[in-house]
Design a protein around this ligand. Structure first.
Ligand code: AMP
Length: 222
């Protein structure tokens, strides 16, 4: 299967859709945010500095990003394709990624832009809860996304947590950063003929359906 890049503003449901694709097609889901959170969880001064930068909502330096990404996509489970979520975030990262792909003899695949309005995104951010065990995403403010028992994952019984960077102030900075740095990528990939679009304002089921048509070339198996 082709590699997939998902591009979206914060809280567009990108992580949820990537997780659904991972479950159905067994493609590794590489979330740059998760790779960074893992790298920032240690006691070293690098890890602590990284945690501070992430909480500020600013983008992390490209050398750190590329080194984490290179290690991850060289793992054997990425040989048959992978879903990239949260990378590239700007044109510089897109160019660096193309060089990396050429070196590793891998191809870019399909770039999918997920659309969501700012209002819907804000609601998703401030109510978002993630299972610490299986990473299923819930939302305290959206009825169909609430867990059956508050604070507990329906899927595995794991404990639900709020991400420390999911607050209104950080959201505003991240949304602005997206418009300034990441949105120009859409034009960049459109010119290359690699760009596809999915609307996730209504429901994740509709969005997933559109996504499947794109990655399978129109055929889905249910
Ligand atoms: P996310 O989980 O994708 O919302 O990312 C959380 C934070 O990690 C962002 O606010 C940035 O500080 C950082 N981050 C994630 N992906 C990247 C990237 N591709 N380049 C730079 N910083 C990133």
């Amino acid at each position: 299967m082709d590699n997939i890049i998902l591009i979206a503003p914060p809280a567009a449901g990108k992580g949820t859709l990537a997780h659904m694709l991972h479950e159905k097609y067994a493609l590794p889901h590489i979330s740059m945010g998760d790779l960074l959170r893992e790298a920032s969880s240690g006691d070293s001064s690098e890890a602590k500095n990284l945690a501070i930068e992430m909480q500020s909502g600013r983008l992390i330096a490209d050398d750190i990003i590329l080194s984490l990404l290179t290690k991850r996509i060289m793992m054997p489970d990425c040989e048959q394709g992978y879903i990239l979520d949260g990378f590239p975030r700007d044109i510089d990262q897109a160019i660096a990624y193309e060089k990396l792909l050429a070196k590793l003899n891998k191809s870019l695949g399909k770039v999918i832009s997920i659309y969501v309005s700012e209002d819907v995104a804000m609601k998703r951010v401030t109510g978002r809860m993630i299972c610490s065990n299986c990473h299923t995403v819930y939302n305290a403010y959206i009825e169909e996304s609430q867990p059956r028992v508050a604070g507990i994952c329906d899927e595995c019984g794991g404990h639900l947590e709020k991400r420390s960077d999911d607050n209104v102030e950080t959201f505003r900075i991240r949304f602005q950063t997206y418009l300034e740095n990441t949105a120009p990528l859409l034009q960049y990939y459109e010119k290359q003929g690699n760009l596809y679009q999915v609307n996730n304002d209504i429901s994740k089921e509709l969005a997933f359906n559109e996504l499947e048509k794109i990655i399978t070339g129109g055929e889905t198996n249910d």
